[in-house]
Design a protein around this ligand. Structure first.
Ligand code: PMP
Length: 360
């Protein structure tokens, strides 16, 4: 077994230093099952110290706010509307009192973890639109008016969200791809040819896309994955609906991706996000099971969406060319781990499905 002496080969100062620097892992078995000749590579974010891709932006937003005098240790209270992954241990480590607004449909595990870290959690009704006074962001804004010295770092508009990905996630992916040699048995273009991620605030896809296209491969194809029922994908699938005058977002179960509004930090410019794929809950959950059982990756629901979206895109005309090009590199971002979802019905459905027994 290879000894990786470069990753964490020295003592770290704190858990904040164990954020990011996540591995890029081959999905060779799934690629073979799908008849793909390209390298299917997963950037696995649940190994980050807080357990998700969102550790990166929490750290970046807090450090920037401290630097700019917006957050004052010992005085400020942090309020953040989130799907539950942003602002975990970063905030607790920094010691700021923390209030989270989070929609009711997000998992119990995320709430329990936040509470264990000392946060107060306010659940908001699922059906409330984002901008209604009772919605995720509406409640956070009201609390900010009522609580002295409270600050909303606001991942939806904070430039440090995409910047964290432009400065860390993107360069890490590039570095892993260019420093893994091409061999006769494992050919590589030594370039990131395609990048595919789920889209929530859009910070990940926007930031990584900029890193890849500006400083690595201007022809890199970036694909966004959005759940059916959300409004982020282009062309807007809700506009093709049943002729309703104002198409309405529809409920879905998957967490962390999709919204009923377009966040400010998400660039939907076709130069940043070239293509969009929409995925169903059912397909995503099936793919989580497949990633766990076939590749041994204990990933969360949105990772299933990303693999579903990736395989669908690789079947399109443009995707097929990449899929069949030996050595081309298709990188998927898998945002969090399945331990966030173990009380969810979709997880229990496959985890507890009876199988053959060898116990006499
Ligand atoms: N997957 C999960 C599980 C998430 O929590 C998030 C963040 N909401 C995403 C994907 C999407 O990341 P981003 O907000 O950067 O678009």
């Amino acid at each position: 077994m290879a000894l990786h002496t470069d990753r964490y080969s020295q003592i770290l100062d704190s858990a904040l230093d164990a954020i990011g620097n996540t591995p890029l892992i081959r999905l060779d078995r799934i690629a073979a099952e799908e008849g793909l000749k390209c390298n299917l590579l997963a950037k696995v974010e649940f190994v980050s110290s807080g357990g998700s891709v969102k550790d990166r932006i929490a750290k970046a937003m807090i450090l920037a706010a401290e630097r700019d005098g917006i957050l004052i240790p010992g005085k400020s209270v942090v309020i953040e509307p989130t799907s539950g992954n942003t602002v975990d241990e970063d905030d607790s480590y920094k010691g700021y009192p923390l209030i989270i607004t989070m929609s009711e449909r997000m998992s119990r595990e995320k709430e329990t973890l936040l509470r264990a870290l000392g946060a107060e959690v306010v659940r908001t009704p699922n059906e409330e639109p984002w901008d209604s006074p009772k919605g995720l962001i509406g409640v956070a804004k009201r609390l900010q008016q009522e609580i002295p010295h409270s600050v909303i770092l606001d991942q939806y508009s904070n430039v440090n969200n995409p910047l964290a990905h432009e400065y860390t996630t993107g360069p890490e992916i590039i570095s892993a791809v260019v420093s893994t040699p091409s061999t006769p048995t494992r050919p590589s273009s030594l370039m990131v040819d395609v990048f595919i991620a789920g889209v929530g605030t859009g910070g990940t896809i926007t930031g990584v896309s900029r890193a890849l296209k500006k400083s690595h491969n201007s022809n890199c194809i970036v694909v966004g994955v959005d759940p059916i029922g959300s409004v982020l994908a282009l062309p807007d699938p809700l506009n093709n609906d049943t002729g309703e005058e104002t198409p309405k977002p529809k409920p879905y179960v998957i967490e962390g991706i999709g919204y009923d509004f377009v966040p400010q930090v998400l660039s939907r410019e076709p130069t940043d996000v070239n293509h969009w794929v929409q995925t169903s809950d059912e397909d995503a959950f099936h793919m989580v099971e497949r990633l766990m059982k076939t590749e041994g990756l204990l990933v969360g629901g949105s990772s299933g969406s990303v693999l579903t979206g990736a395989l669908a895109w690789l079947k399109t005309k443009q995707g097929q060319k990449i899929a069949q090009a030996e050595g081309s590199n298709v990188v998927l971002l898998l945002a969090d781990g399945v331990r966030n979802y173990m009380s969810k019905e979709w997880f229990l459905n496959f985890a507890l499905r009876p199988g053959p027994s060898r116990i006499p």
